[in-house]
Write a protein that binds this ligand. Sequence first.
Ligand SMILES: NC(=O)C1=CN([C@@H]2O[C@H](COP(=O)(O)OP(=O)(O)OC[C@H]3O[C@@H](n4cnc5c(N)ncnc54)[C@H](O)[C@@H]3O)[C@@H](O)[C@H]2O)C=CC1
Ligand SMILES: O=C(O)[C@@H]1CCC=N1
Length: 267
Amino acid sequence: MKIAIVGCGNMGMAFARAFLKFDLVKKEDFLLVEKSAERKETLHSFQPGVLTGVISPEIGTYDLVILSVKPQDYLTVAASLREVIQPSQIVLSIMAGISMQTIQESLNHQPVVRAMPNTPAMLGMGITAYAASPEVERGQLRKVENLINATGRSVFLEDEGQLDAVTALSGSGPAYFFYLVKTMIEAGRQMGFEESVATLLVKQTMLGSYHLINNADRSLDELIKAVASKGGTTEAALKGFEEGKLADALTQGIHAAQKRATELSQG
Ligand SMILES: NC(=O)C1=CN([C@@H]2O[C@H](COP(=O)(O)OP(=O)(O)OC[C@H]3O[C@@H](n4cnc5c(N)ncnc54)[C@H](O)[C@@H]3O)[C@@H](O)[C@H]2O)C=CC1
Ligand SMILES: O=C(O)[C@@H]1CCC=N1
């Protein structure tokens, strides 16, 4: 399969590397389109078949075109791409908040898969939800699914409308986790630990706790209860979280992310 990637930043290249790792695409079958000269310089080491700064008619010879520029940069990309895209090509967009309809109209092109991955895709441990326009044929969808599955797990959505919520939950989700980890490490430092010790304590706690969620035959409430002794330290912390309305703040933040995704889709 020959793949063109428009916008070769964090996510575009996370996808490219995952495809390579599973031998789904050969290096020489990549066309990388990257506008930033500085970023382009770093992409030489990837040794793609073609590395360019502009969209040219050559892109029309690739089976799949991945759109991985920031949503704000999409309209510029669309203006050039619509001139050269071919009917047989599949478009896979991973851009937040750009609807399938906007992509179809701006490119004058119907077969579109819209997906929302997250950064653990860099390690093949991502989660991607995706939806497809009716014009994507079954065989084409299978191929795209195989590619997405190289980046981690995936969920097919019948309703594209759910993608803004996916963006708020799992697309942005890694940042929420990093924020929590960072805050805990900072608290450790305030209590007198060196950063390396605080980091080890927090990271291993997160790792072990993640595996408990997956392997212990208990609900999240039961797992919390098993840590929080009556009148103990955890209870004191949880009371502080309640008073600071931490759960409300997290929930509100996630809703704000969904709202922003919807705003982006409205231009
Ligand atoms: N970073 C994340 O956690 C996630 C990002 N996304 C989506 O993926 C997309 C890309 O995000 P990142 O990789 O984080 O951004 P990024 O900034 O790392 O990469 C975007 C790249 O596009 C390039 N670019 C801009 N205009 C261009 C043009 N006209 N032609 C060619 N290249 C152009 C930029 O120079 C940059 O290298 C965004 O739409 C974002 O919403 C989706 C899920 C997760
Ligand atoms: O923050 C953003 O807009 C993108 C979408 C999901 C993660 N990063």
